[in-house]
Design a binder for this molecule. Structure first.
Ligand SMILES: [Zn+2]
Ligand SMILES: [Zn+2]
Length: 226
């Protein structure tokens, strides 16, 4: 026993998984064929079943689970919302991944632009240079550019995983492509609007960061999808 208690705000409450007092964790809601008793397998995050009872590839189940958790974590979802249709979840996550990847790509572009501005040392993606932050502190720009490049790649890969998952679920290729194009239209329009203002690169960066924050889906950042 680890002594963890089920938290009232745990998003797993919506998954249909069963909280097991004996094992202190969310468990599979299915019954084991052999014994007829409840399975007691550890539930996949965001799902009501264990890997054994998933029936689909566990990669796909994880994607759907992460999608559910991300959807439940947004402020617009009512407390008793049921799990979403898996196809919808995967396409939603794919759109968010495309938006994030494009957003981080633009942040990277702005960072490099600032690094190479007259008065700043040329940093690009290698080495560490320092620029003055908004509050006068020194900021490691080379480090930031590297981190942004990593985020862009992570979300780009993730978008590909989701597209592949959608394909595996039988969603038509053309439909997936259209969803990707629609997501790209949003960032293109948003970035075009930022260009008009003649804003300082620091301000454009802040606006894009806020945009990324508000997208949701950040709860899955850092976790491995595939
Ligand atoms: Zn148990
Ligand atoms: Zn099970």
């Amino acid at each position: 026993m680890t002594g963890r208690a089920m938290r009232q705000d745990d998003p797993m409450r919506r998954s249909g998984a069963v909280w097991c007092e004996e094992h202190d964790r969310w468990e599979c809601a299915r019954n084991a064929k052999r014994t007829g008793d409840r399975c007691h397998g550890s539930a996949i995050r965001g799902r009501d079943r264990c890997r054994m009872h998933a029936g689909r590839s566990s990669t796909l189940e994880k994607v759907i689970g992460e999608g559910n958790l991300a959807a439940w974590s947004t402020e617009h979802v009512s407390a008793d919302a049921s799990p979403l249709d898996p196809g919808t979840v995967v396409l939603n996550q794919m759109r968010i991944a495309v938006l994030r990847s494009d957003g981080y790509g633009e942040l990277l572009r702005i960072q490099i632009e600032m690094d190479t501005e007259p008065g700043h040392e040329l940093a690009g993606l290698v080495g560490t240079t320092f620029a003055a932050g908004r509050d006068g502190t020194r900021v490691e720009t080379g480090e930031r550019a590297r981190a942004l490049a990593t985020e862009e790649r992570l979300w780009r890969d993730r978008a590909v995983s989701y597209a592949k998952a959608a394909h595996d679920m039988g969603i038509a290729e053309r439909h997936v492509e259209l969803e990707q194009e629609r997501a790209q239209l949003v960032t293109t329009a948003f970035l075009a609007a930022l260009e008009v203002g003649g804003l300082l690169p620091e301000v454009r960066s802040l606006m894009i960061e806020r945009f990324l924050e508000r997208l949701g889906g950040s709860t899955v950042a850092g976790e491995v999808v595939a």
